[in-house]
Design a protein around this ligand. Structure first.
Ligand code: AMP
Ligand code: ZN
Length: 464
């Protein structure tokens, strides 16, 4: 089956063919470590992770690089405000970043290069741009000359004549020849960290970091570059200009961008005060994987509106999925095999792959999974599922989970603890004549594949 990915550059879904054999080099724009990641940032990292996992599921070998921006205006300002060194300040948020991605089971990238440890690579790249006439000096700073790079604007699909200072282009305080030009190197300023280099004393601009570090770890041409849609312009557009001007080769073959996460239909931003972090989600009692489910079950190119209702729903659905897979794992039956179910399992595997091949259409992939869950649950309820089919379905769910990263199966012992607790809760509800609650609990137990039996010594449970 052929994988197609939407390429922001062409505006189309393209057949994915790696540059070299079976190998896929991926560069993903990573965190600026001046504070906690918000769940919008996390959505972008989950998207990149699912992309990589799916490529591996398809048999590709991947190498993923994610930069850590530990040097920019925000990190410098924040560390100064707290009176600690930039290193100490950013180390702390790098630790939190790794905690977050581990909680979401995001696979670690192969390399997490830090900007402050790659100044030399950036300086070397800037030297090439100066030599080739793509960069010029002005008052100790160095700028990229956008007018010399004829392809500028292709990714963002912008008309250069429309670019005005302050609107889409950061109007920084540095003097430059043309508003579209951007800083490659910023002259040393009082009270800011700086490096003494061949091109002067100062620090690199933001965009050059990704060009220098991706060339270092993945070579001049990379297969896939990811980020959020806000990275398209000017960041990624500038990355293309710098890299291609320096190497003379195509920089990225497939550009992939994740749409924004909204909160109550608004963009998450400090000024609106609607920033949510993974810690907030955990404090409200949710498993981080409920958030992972919310992200993975929506398509990465659609805006996703986060609400507390939506994560509650995600949490319930994830519980149901876990219970379904536990039930399959523990199921034994005398029933013969049912051909229809065997066929359904095979078809689900095929549908999953064809949906994912269609630009990672995860909502379609989940539709296929839930059809399987619904039909097999019926067969589990009436005992008509064969043991082999249960095993196959269990194996399939685990295989798909190598892409989705969602399941947490409880051991049988843990399961019985939870069931006993639910039974007790149900008994209490019955005693206070809250039959609705008692009924809800019974329904939940049925979904978990548990039947209750009233005996002289009290209620007992068994698996169906
Ligand atoms: P930053 O730490 O600001 O450099 O952002 C890290 C990553 O998160 C970048 O790839 C951004 O494009 C992405 N990002 C930022 N805000 C959002 C959002 N609300 N939804 C999805 N991705 C976002
Ligand atoms: Zn970047």
């Amino acid at each position: 089956m052929v994988l197609r990915l939407y390429n922001t550059l062409s505006g189309e879904k393209e057949v994915f063919v790696p540059f070299k054999d079976n190998f896929v080099g991926i560069y993903s724009c990573g965190p600026t470590v001046y504070g906690f990641a918000h769940i919008g940032n996390l959505r972008a990292y989950v998207f990149t992770d699912v992309l990589r996992r799916y490529l591996e599921f398809k048999g590709y070998t991947t190498r993923q690089v994610m930069n850590i921006t530990d040097l920019d205006d925000k990190t410098i300002r924040a560390s100064k405000e707290q009176g600690v060194s930039l290193r100490e300040y950013t180390d702390k948020y790098i630790r939190f970043f790794f905690e977050d991605i581990d909680l979401l089971r995001i696979k670690r990238a192969d390399v997490y290069p830090r900007v402050t440890e790659h100044i030399k690579e950036m300086v070397d790249l800037i030297k090439i741009l100066l030599d080739k006439g793509y960069a010029y000096r002005k008052d100790g700073s160095i700028y990229f000359k956008v007018s010399k790079f004829t392809d500028y604007g292709k990714l963002a699909k912008i008309d250069l004549s429309q670019v005005k200072p302050g609107a889409t282009v950061e109007a920084d305080e540095y003097e430059k020849e043309d508003v579209r030009d951007f800083a490659l190197w910023k002259e040393k300023r009082e009270g800011e960290p700086f490096w003494v280099t061949d091109i002067g004393e100062g620090r690199p601009g933001w965009h050059i970091e990704c060009s220098a570090m991706s060339i270092k770890y993945l070579g001049p041409t990379i297969d896939i570059h990811t980020g959020g849609v806000d990275n398209i312009f000017p960041h990624h557009q500038n990355e293309i200009a710098q890299s291609e001007a320096a190497t003379g080769q195509r920089f990225v073959r497939y550009w992939m961008h994740c749409e924004h996460l909204l909160v109550d239909n608004k963009k998450m931003s400090k000024s609106l005060g609607n920033i949510i972090t993974l810690r907030d989600v955990i404090d409200r009692g949710y498993d981080p994987l409920a958030l992972q489910y919310l992200f993975v079950s929506s398509h990465y190119r659609s805006k996703l509106n986060f609400t507390w209702e939506s994560i509650q729903y995600a949490s319930n659905t994830l519980d149901r999925l876990n219970q379904f897979v536990e039930r399959l794992r523990d199921y034994r039956s005398e029933s013969g095999e049912n051909e229809e179910i065997t066929l359904l399992i095979r078809r689900t595997a095929e549908r999953f792959e064809s949906e994912m091949d269609n630009d990672l259409n995860t909502p379609g992939a989940f539709a296929a999974i839930f059809e399987l869950v619904g039909k097999i649950n019926l067969a589990l309820d009436d005992g008509s599922l064969g043991t082999e089919a249960a095993k196959d379905a269990y194996g399939l769910m685990l295989r798909l989970d190598t892409v989705l990263g969602l399941l947490t199966l409880k051991e049988k012992g843990e399961l019985s603890g939870e069931i006993e607790a639910l039974i007790e809760e149900r008994e209490k509800a019955r005693k206070r004549k809250d039959f609705r609650q008692a009924d809800e609990i019974r329904k939940k137990l049925v979904e978990m594949g548990i039947v209750l039996e009233d005996t002289k010594t009290g209620v007992r449970w068994r698996k169906k």
